[in-house]
Design a protein around this ligand. Sequence first.
Ligand SMILES: [Fe+2]
Ligand SMILES: [Fe+2]
Length: 159
Amino acid sequence: MDDLLIHGVEDIYYAENQIVKALPKLIDKATNRDLTKGLKDHLEETRNQIQRLDQTFKKLGKKPEGVKCPAIDGLIEEGDEIAGEVGDKEVLDAAIIGAAQAVEHYEIARYGTLIAWAESLGHDDIVRFLNTNLNEEKAADKKLSTVAMRKGGNRKAAS
Ligand SMILES: [Fe+2]
Ligand SMILES: [Fe+2]
């Protein structure tokens, strides 16, 4: 069970590092100001999340190490593809929001599972780190929904 937890942390560690690489590309392409700011803020948060994972590894007595995760690679690749195909700026923003939310939901799923595993193993200190990350992912997801609705991102794009 400990091995499963460690593998899971390595998996999300890889994912967070890939997200740090992918977000600047989306920030460059986004035009809505709230969207750009939200993505920039989340890039900063993601860097802090990686530090919390570094601490998680330390508590587990492991060296921070990522293990290739095809799921996140696929989500990022798909986002790049869709964003590359869209010309209209508002439609592009909607596509970026959709791609970013898919990533957030992936992260939310993974952190939820890791927290349950860490809890069952009695790693209370690790649960705290993972919970902080989970709450940031949930907040980021909500913010993206707000941008999509308030700015009519999706509505305008649908017309
Ligand atoms: Fe994250
Ligand atoms: Fe995230």
